[in-house]
Design a protein around this ligand. Structure first.
Ligand code: NAD
Length: 327
C-alpha cells in the first residue's frame, strides 16, 4: 500500500513533467508509447484506489497548462481528449459498453485516421473566419488567429449564414514539409523538431505569424463545436458538410456496422500507414449518430462515444515482426 502510494506520486510527477515538455515546450523526451504506458499505470492505481484521485492528477485534465504569450480564449464547449485503447480486445470491450449503454439498438461507427497534429477550434460568424484557438487545457486555449490565417487549407470565408459556428480539427505538418524544415534547421545549426506533431505545434505557436506562414502547415476538419442554426444528424453527414464548406477532410474515413469490420479496417493500415504523406498515431472510432452520441455523453475529460486506437510504436512493431519471422 505504502509502496503503491509512493509509485502513484512518482508517476504523477513524471507525467506532469513529460506533459510540460510535450505540450508547452514542444520537446518530448520520451516516446508517446512509453508515456501512454506510464499514464495507464497511473490510471490503474487510481482505479484501484478511487479515494486517492485528486483534482490535480494528470488523469483529471486535458493537455497541459497553457503558456503566456497569447491571449487566452475560453471555448464555448470544452475540447476534450479521447480515451485510448491499444489492442483488438479493448476495442471489443468499448463496443460492448457502447451497445449496452444504448440498450442493444443498432449503431454505426465512423472510423477516421488519427492525425498526429494539434487540435484547434476555428470560429466563423456569418461565414467569416474570426478566431482560431488551440485546445490548450481543453477549457481555455490560446488565441492564435493571426497564425491560423496563414494556413492555406483553412477557408477565411465559408458559405454559411450561421451567426456562430465552430469548426474543429487538426493542424498538422505534412511529412515533406517536416523533413525540409528539419534539414534547414540542421543547416542553420538549430535543434531539429522531434516529430511532425511537435513541429506543427511549435510553428502554430510562433509569436511572429511570418514564421508560421513559412512552415507549410495544413488542416483536416473533423468536428463541430458550439454552433448555432445548423442541424446535422451524424458524423458522416458532418464530414460531407465540411467538404461542402471547402474544408479539407481526410478522405480515408469509412463507416461500419460491426466492430469486427472496424478492426479489419484498422489492421488494413498496419503496412501502409507509413506511406501516408502525413503522420498518424492511430485511428479514431466514433459512433456515427449524433443523437446516440448525445445519449452516451461525455466524462469531464473524454467523450463516451469515441475511442482512439493507438498504433503500436515503431520499435515494438519491429520486435513483433522479428519474433514472427524467427518463429
Ligand atoms: P490523444 O492524442 O490521445 O487523442 C485526442 C486528440 O486526437 C484530439 O484532441 C485531437 O487533437 C486528435 N485527433 C486526431 N485526429 C482526430 C480525429 N480524426 N478525430 C478526433 N480527434 C482527432 O489525446 P491528447 O490528450 O491530445 O494527447 C495525449 C497523448 O499525447 C498521449 O496519449 C501521448 O501519446 C501524447 N503525449 C506524449 C508525451 C511524451 O512525453 N511523449 C507527453 C504528453 C502527451
Amino acid at each position: 500500500m505504502e509502496k503503491e502510494k509512493a509509485r502513484l506520486l512518482e508517476l504523477r510527477k513524471t507525467i506532469d513533467e513529460l506533459s510540460y515538455q510535450y505540450y508547452t515546450l514542444d520537446k518530448p523526451t520520451m516516446t508517446d508509447y512509453e508515456y501512454d504506458m506510464l499514464y495507464r499505470e497511473l490510471e490503474t492505481i487510481e482505479k484501484n484506489h478511487p479515494d486517492w484521485v485528486t483534482p490535480d492528477s494528470p488523469t483529471q485534465r486535458v493537455g497541459s497548462k497553457i503558456s503566456g504569450g497569447f491571449e487566452k480564449y475560453t471555448h464555448d464547449r470544452p475540447m476534450l481528449s479521447m480515451g485510448d485503447v491499444f489492442n483488438d480486445q479493448e476495442l471489443m470491450e468499448f463496443d460492448q459498453r457502447v451497445r449496452s449503454d444504448l440498450g442493444g439498438e443498432d449503431l454505426e461507427y465512423v472510423v477516421e485516421l488519427k492525425i498526429d497534429g494539434l487540435a484547434v477550434n476555428l470560429i466563423y460568424e456569418n461565414g467569416r473566419f474570426i478566431r482560431g484557438v488551440t485546445r490548450g487545457d481543453g477549457r481555455v486555449g490560446e488565441d492564435v488567429t493571426n497564425n491560423v490565417r496563414t494556413i492555406r487549407t483553412i477557408p477565411l470565408h465559408i458559405d454559411s449564414t450561421s451567426p456562430h459556428m465552430e469548426i474543429r480539427g487538426e493542424v498538422y505538418m505534412p511529412i515533406q514539409a517536416f523533413e525540409q524544415l528539419n534539414a534547414q534547421r540542421r543547416d542553420d545549426e538549430l535543434e531539429p523538431f522531434a516529430n511532425p506533431r511537435n513541429a506543427a505545434a511549435g510553428s502554430l505557436r510562433q509569436l511572429d505569424p511570418q514564421i508560421t506562414a513559412q512552415r507549410k502547415l495544413a488542416f483536416f476538419a473533423y468536428a463541430i463545436g458550439g454552433t448555432v442554426g445548423i442541424d446535422i444528424p451524424s458524423q458522416e453527414a458532418l464530414l460531407e458538410d465540411l467538404k461542402a464548406f471547402h474544408f479539407q477532410v481526410n478522405k480515408e474515413y469509412r463507416k461500419f456496422k460491426t466492430m469486427a469490420d472496424v478492426i479489419t479496417f484498422i489492421h488494413s493500415w498496419d503496412d501502409r500507414r507509413d506511406k501516408l504523406p502525413y503522420a498518424t498515431d492511430g485511428m479514431v472510432v466514433k459512433v456515427n449518430s449524433f443523437a446516440q452520441q448525445a445519449r452516451l455523453g461525455n466524462t469531464v475529460k473524454i467523450p463516451r462515444w469515441a475511442i482512439a486506437y493507438k498504433f503500436p510504436p515503431e520499435q515494438a512493431r519491429t520486435k513483433v515482426l522479428n519474433i514472427s519471422v524467427s518463429l
